[in-house]
Design a protein around this ligand. Sequence first.
Ligand SMILES: Cc1cc2nc3c(=O)[nH]c(=O)nc-3n(C[C@H](O)[C@H](O)[C@H](O)COP(=O)(O)OP(=O)(O)OC[C@H]3O[C@@H](n4cnc5c(N)ncnc54)[C@H](O)[C@@H]3O)c2cc1C
Length: 279
Amino acid sequence: MKALAPRTLDEALLQLTQTPDLRPLAGCTDLMVSEPEDRRDWSGVLDLRGISELRGIEWRGETLEIGAVTAFSEIRDSPEVRQSFPALAEAASRIGGWQIQNRASLGGNMANASPAGDSLPVLLVLDAQVVLVGPEGKRSVPYRDFHLGYRQTALGPGEIIGWVQLPKPPVGATQFFRKVGTREAQAISKVVVALLASVSDGQISDYRLAAGSVAETPVRLTEVEESIVGRALKPEVADLAGHLAAQAVRPIDDVRSTAEYRRFALAQVVRRMTLQLVR
Ligand SMILES: Cc1cc2nc3c(=O)[nH]c(=O)nc-3n(C[C@H](O)[C@H](O)[C@H](O)COP(=O)(O)OP(=O)(O)OC[C@H]3O[C@@H](n4cnc5c(N)ncnc54)[C@H](O)[C@@H]3O)c2cc1C
């Protein structure tokens, strides 16, 4: 059986109203590996790739809107993203290899809801909003409220992710992204970190820190942020930030890493990012 392949959002919403448990499909890079070949049944699948409204990157006033089906290669190469959201461009360029980046979508990374999804800590520090669309209409959810638990999201029956909205970051803020994996490419993160920080008059005035692969969901490390904002910019602050970050998370041992290494790597990455503010 073939997947349903609507050409417009209205057509997709009609199909979702009639059958709310249809499984949305974008790049299929997660869906393909999650289902053994002999059990793949495309009849319950709603292919979103032909819906042009859900693809593209565009400024709407002070907000950059990215369609959920937009592939990471488009995000990686977008002048708008590279200029205003370099951490997201960097994350996009670190997801899988080029073949994966050409297919994998931002919406798929979010809906797949892996704690190791590389774009997700970036969305947290950028204070992204997610526009969900379904049979009841549109609703906007702060991205920090989107992941409810391990592999759980705020998506309701028949709802899909439509767009991600990124408010323009504060002028002068510096953005960082770093993933730690077994290899430089094609590795699922042992730890992934994003930071957005501003310094004014020698003090850290904004410090937004998030990490993935260190808890059931990607997490914003608000206790660390609160301890660091307002401090004078000195190397010791970088040590403190790394130390506090390692204490704030609840990583697990699994096939990719031990919890102990994850804490260690997180502390080092946060320390180095913060030191770059000092220099
Ligand atoms: C070889 C390989 C390497 C990879 N490397 C990385 C990596 O380095 N970093 C990383 O983060 N990930 C990686 N991944 C995982 C995967 O590529 C990403 O999670 C990707 O973003 C998924 O997007 P997709 O468009 O392919 O989603 P799909 O596979 O099409 O869908 C994934 C899930 O999201 C749902 N979904 C998709 N779009 C929507 C939508 N708009 N609304 C609601 N639900 C939706 C689907 O129903 C499904 O449950 C890798 C995968 C492979 C196979």
